[in-house]
Structure formats: C-alpha cells, structure tokens
Design a protein. Sequence first.
Lengths: 114, 113
Amino acid sequence: EAGVTQSPTHLIKTRGQQATLRCSPISGHTSVYWYQQALGLGLQFLLWYDEGEERNRGNFPPRFSGRQFPNYSSELNVNALELEDSALYLCASSRRGWGTGELFFGEGSRLTVL
Amino acid sequence: SQQGEEDPQALSIQEGENATMNCSYKTSINNLQWYRQNSGRGLVHLILIRSNEREKHSGRLRVTLDTSKKSSSLLITASRAADTASYFCATDAAGAGSYQLTFGKGTKLSVIP
C-alpha cells in the first residue's frame, strides 16, 4: 500500500511569489492535514480537509490556503511568500475524522524563500 | 500555541542505555500520541495512549500518562543507534469540537554506538 506522497520534495522561491504544494493521501483516507515545521518551532497546524471541505485551520494568515479534490488529494497554496515561510511542509492523512487516532505523514516538501 | 512541551530538548546516550523523554501539556485531552522523526523527514506514529489509560507498551517502548499532572513519558529501552531521531508528543484537546492535533517542539535523541 502506497503511503502519503508529497510533491515537490524541494522548492525554491523568491519573496512575493506563490508556492503550490501537493499531497496524495493513503488510499481509503479522506482526511488530509497540513503542518508547517519551521526551524526550532516544532509542527504548527495549518489546515484540515475532509470530504472536500475545509474543516479547521490553524493560526495562519489567509495567504495560506488550499483545497481538497474529489479524489481526496490536496493542494496547499502560499501566496505573497515571505522569508519566514521557509519551512518543511508536512501533509498527513487519516480515515475520515481525526478522532480515529494516528496520522500518517508524507516525507514533506521543503520550501525555501529567498 | 504549543499544547505539548517535551523535556529535555536534547538527549545523548550510549547504545544499550535507556532513554526517557517527558511531555507536559496544558488542557484536558482525549488521547496523547508519540511520533518519531528522522532528520528532516516525515513523522512516524509510535504509540497512542488514551486519557483513561495509565501505561502502554509496544516493543521496546513504554509510555505512561498521568492526567492529574498533565504529563506523559516515553521510555525507550536498550537503545540502538537507529533510535537516533527527534521524538514528539501530540495531544488533542478534549471537547475541542474540531480537529487540532497539537505537537510539541520535540526531544532530539542521539544514541552513540
């Protein structure tokens, strides 16, 4: 069974540009979660999608947005990039609704903003 | 804000020794999980302990939970060089009504061969 896959692995952008990150969940999982892991700050919750709807978002500005497609894959968009957006962006999936327990993580997309 | 805080931030031990990491949190929880992250890669789920459980084992891992003290510990016995990684606790707030699994900043464990 394929795990959670994320692309691209690495992405380099300059300030003001837009970045798009993609995530494919494990087959049968309908919930997708996005986390930001900046150096020294641990994992910060960004967004939760389930059944195509945004269910919850963390304390991030509106320039962080995303969507979930009918096949449950997801896209994270970061507009007007700032230097502090440089981080590892992790996607995770679970069966419908997080309350079932563990999350399955992808290997992450490392975004560098110059 | 971080719900879970791990302690210590970094731990260095010799192979074969036991490693203990602690996690403290602030609000009532439904359950607490521990994850492992190898250098800059994805997280791997290790173990989940529910709020009505006090201890749980999985292989060389032992997790305890003390809800009165709002704390948990992860013990890795007979450590190996391959256990070198960062370890995170994660909690979900009870009655939150909506998902938010909150991670601490992690404990960086180095096991010296």
